[in-house]
Write a protein that binds this ligand. Structure first.
Ligand code: TXA
Ligand code: MG
Length: 324
């Protein structure tokens, strides 16, 4: 059985992590499945708990920039981005320091590591109490939608992890933006909670991921976020028996069920509601989920990225279903 812990039990959660157990915890983006990043067995247990078919590199969570700088070599771009966006929904891929205690398995054997300081008070309290880097992928089974509540975590991982810290729903709702700083030009590996517009305002040029990047960032593989029902994107009308994921006021009529990402067309609200809405509509009572068009700017890029992956997974693209 997995224990459901409250905010007052952070020290207990930290002890579990220091003993090599797995503890899921809230971040501002999604819930993470945490394990001691320096403990090979704990890291291996993370992959096993998720049924991850291959060893994708994990994001290493730390409470401060200084703690990150112990693990990776930070250049001036990293300093600028950390000053501007940490704590926050941004993961930086940087050269691993030779003496870094992080398990090689956590970094999938790469000579780089993704590091992030999350902006959730419980995550920060936990990371401070553990006083070790914590590896944490999203706390879902591989290939499934990321969890944004403790109940989502338990639905997939109950009995597989020691505990989950309940911090209520996640504020941002999509995963962190992943930026590769190991190259001369910064490259966006995954759109997320920090927009590419904001990154460019901070450090200038940031390239969009070329398709070859998929090899370096396995989380970029197409089949990743998959509800069981077929997903139909950019829908302007609803088919019989379809459920509707709506955005904006002008929703087509006739859906068996409707969940609103945002009635006002607010992209932040839509991101926060995305994964919980997909879960709620993923019910065999419906034939599929029709998704209204979402604008391709700001957080809309991250939302559309997740929706396209979910739709591609069902089309059998990249059937290996390698997922975070
Ligand atoms: O918001 C988030 O980032 C959440 C919360 C829990 O922090 N975590 C998360 O982790 O989404 P995960 O494992 O689901 O996604 C990690 C992403 C993957 O796309 C992975 O390939 C990429 O980060 N990544 C990690 N380390 C990398 C590295 N060294 N080089 C390139 N990509 C890396
Ligand atoms: Mg994931």
């Amino acid at each position: 059985m997995t224990d459901l812990l409250t905010a007052t039990q952070i020290d207990h959660a930290a002890q579990l992590l220091r003993r090599g157990e797995l503890v899921a915890f809230p971040t501002e983006t999604v819930y993470g499945l945490g394990g001691d990043a320096a403990d090979d067995r704990a890291v291996a247990a993370i992959f096993a708990a998720k049924d991850r078919p291959s060893f994708n590199p994990l994001i290493i969570h730390v409470p401060t920039f200084a703690a990150a700088a112990d693990l990776v070599a930070c250049d001036s771009r990293a300093v600028l981005l950390a000053e501007r966006f940490w704590p926050g929904p941004l993961s930086l891929v940087l050269p691993r320091r030779p003496g870094s205690p992080v398990s090689l398995l956590a970094g999938a054997g790469l000579d780089s590591l993704a590091v992030r300081v999350p902006a959730h008070p419980l995550a920060l309290a936990l990371l401070r109490a553990v006083a070790r880097p914590v590896a944490a992928p999203s706390a879902n089974r591989s290939g499934r939608v990321s969890p944004t509540t403790a109940a989502h975590v338990l639905a997939e991982l109950d009995g597989r992890i020691a505990a989950v810290v309940d911090g209520g729903p996640c504020r941002v709702g999509v995963e962190s933006t992943v930026v590769d700083l190991t190259t001369a030009r910064a490259t966006l590996l995954r759109p997320g909670g920090v927009t590419i517009e904001a990154l460019r305002a901070a450090i200038g040029a940031v390239d969009d991921a070329p398709s070859t990047t998929e090899l370096r960032s396995p989380g970029m593989l197409q089949s990743h976020y998959a509800p069981s029902l077929p997903l139909r994107l950019n829908a302007t009308e609803v088919a019989p028996r379809e459920a509707l994921l709506a955005f904006g006021e002008a929703a087509p009529a006739g859906a068996l069920a409707v969940r609103w990402l945002s009635r006002d067309g607010d992209l932040e609200e839509a991101a926060a509601n995305l994964f919980a809405s997909l879960r709620a509509l993923d019910d065999p009572a419906y034939s599929g989920i029709a998704v209204m068009p979402i604008p391709e700017w700001g957080l809309g890029r991250a939302i559309n990225d997740r929706l396209r992956r979910a739709a591609a997974a069902q089309d059998g693209v990249d059937g290996a279903a390698v997922g975070g």
